[in-house]
Design a protein around this ligand. Sequence first.
Ligand SMILES: [Zn+2]
Ligand SMILES: [Zn+2]
Length: 187
Amino acid sequence: MDVAEGADSRSRCQQLVGHLGRLAVAEDIMESTDDDGYECYTCDRMFSGRVFQVCREWDRVHFECDPPEVEISVATALECYCSQACMDERCAVVMANEGVPIRRPGIGPIEPCAKCGGPVDMAEYHKTYLATCTDMVNGIGHTVDVDYLAVLCAKCAPHRTTAGRAGSEANLTADSPAVDATNKVDA
Ligand SMILES: [Zn+2]
Ligand SMILES: [Zn+2]
């Protein structure tokens, strides 16, 4: 039963991914060690072509689109591997190092946080962990497969960009509040 559910959400995710060019992940791939070579984190083998990665990214889903689109803010590849087997071997370790249990989400609109089980509003930027398979062709990544591993709620992973934006907005309008504060102190 679990397997069937997993397969279902996975194929739905692939639909999403197919719609959105997931190039952001491939472009932000870890540094290539050579012109066209990657080194597998599991077996140390040099390889090129098809790259398996465990990634961490900020994304949000636009449910108003049909099919829904995933917008990626910042994507970071944590490790890369030469094969699915090598990725499978390391995946649990990588996630343990991140302190995030693997708890594969669906596509929302609300999914459980992998850490605390609280609600994750998929329409708002949230931290996502995923395992990807990408074919690199002439330096351009073509996503073959995406396996969403976990999503985190705003409490467990506050979105820094949102905080930064709030900060700069505060700065933009800081003049009058600052004056008010001064006036209050003076009074
Ligand atoms: Zn390998
Ligand atoms: Zn949480």
